[in-house]
Design a protein around this ligand. Structure first.
Ligand code: 8YV
Length: 333
């Protein structure tokens, strides 16, 4: 897709990098494209994004940029949006397909890192780690007591997983093989028997999952169907001693209902890396001691974030220079 001018010079395709990115990944892109980048990391509103994207063939996006019909109408030269995330609820994939714009994400490269973090949140919430740290920093630790900050057991308990894609499976393996847990899961479709065996996980109904899990972790994609998949009715079915962890997307949990359940003792603890309307966090959650809060960092190791950026860049290079994206979400090539 390189264009020759009348002077014979090769014109590189134009690409927009919508957020700050690793300098070496930016350099790679600059070798192949005319790059406009937002290294200042200004948060653009949709109009500013559309303005910056005018005339470009590709955009490297993150979860912060919404690619919808309005953006696509404003950017008729656009051919590909490469998301630096495995989740792509910021993309209207149907509208992109209609506009013949390739959508890509970054699967696989973040699976193990994100699963590690999910497990860390289970442990931190169940074993009251941040609560203990706040207690210590506040100078309240003046003696030992038999029940001081006593939490819930993790090893040997029942781990429930809602959403059983790559990350769910990686968490199941940690639970079953590392912590001797009984692993149950619910998913839109049941895994094949071999994969279930590898994960040592059993398929159950959503109701059984809610009722039996000692620790329930959410790893499903966000969509209109999964909006408030965990709300008042679902929380009421969980054990009062249970832990709930969300590393998927804000909006899958009804944060107001969760805060009320945690406050009432209807749920023992929660670990949340994602929030409805983030980076805003519901004020009720901020005041509760029994919830571990982290700012959407489940994939945040330098190695993994670099791999995600490199894969997003490779998708732009693959499609715009060679006609083939590596990890497409729609079948346009
Ligand atoms: C990203 C994520 O950091 O990959 C995902 O789906 O949620 C995170 O790994 C975030 O979406 C920024 O793009």
């Amino acid at each position: 897709m390189q264009l020759k001018t009348s002077s014979g010079r090769i014109n590189k395709p134009a690409v927009l990098v919508a957020r700050a990115i690793f300098p070496e990944v930016l350099q790679t892109l600059q070798q192949h494209f005319e790059v406009t980048s937002n290294q200042a990391d200004v948060l653009w509103n949709p109009e500013q994004l559309a303005f910056a994207a005018k005339g470009v063939a590709g955009i490297l996006t993150t979860g912060s940029e919404r690619i919808d019909a309005a953006l696509l109408a404003a950017c008729p030269d656009l051919k590909i949006c490469a998301n630096m995330a495995v989740g792509y609820n910021n993309f209207d994939v149907a509208a992109m397909t209609t506009a013949r714009v390739v959508a890509t994400n970054t699967p696989d490269v973040l699976t193990e890192t994100t699963a590690d973090f999910g497990f860390a949140l289970i442990l931190a919430a169940a074993r009251r780690m941040t609560e203990g740290e706040h207690f210590l920093r506040a100078g309240l630790w003046n003696r030992w007591r038999y029940d001081m900050l006593a939490g819930a057991e993790v090893h040997g308990t029942t781990l429930g997983i809602l959403g059983m894609g790559r990350i769910g499976q990686a968490i199941a393996k940690r639970g079953a093989h590392g912590f001797g847990m009984r692993v149950i899961y619910h998913n839109r479709s049941r895994l094949d028997a071999v994969t279930e065996g590898v994960c040592a996980a059993s398929f159950v109904s959503k109701q059984d999952l809610l009722q039996q899990a000692d620790h329930l972790i959410l790893v499903l994609p966000y969509s209109t169907e999964s909006h408030h998949a965990i709300g008042v009715a679902e929380l009421a079915q969980m054990k009062p001693t249970a832990t709930l962890v969300n590393i998927a997307r804000g909006g899958i949990v009804d944060d107001v209902a969760l805060a009320a359940a945690l406050k009432a003792g209807a749920l023992a603890a929660a670990g949340l890396d994602v929030f409805e309307g983030e980076p805003r966090v519901h004020p009720d959650l901020l005041t509760l001691p029994n919830v571990v809060l982290t700012p959407h960092i489940a994939s945040a190791t330098l190695r993994t974030r670099r791999a995600m950026a490199q894969l997003a860049a490779a998708n732009l290079i693959g499609f715009l220079l060679h006609g083939k994206a590596l990890t497409p979400l729609n079948a346009l090539q």
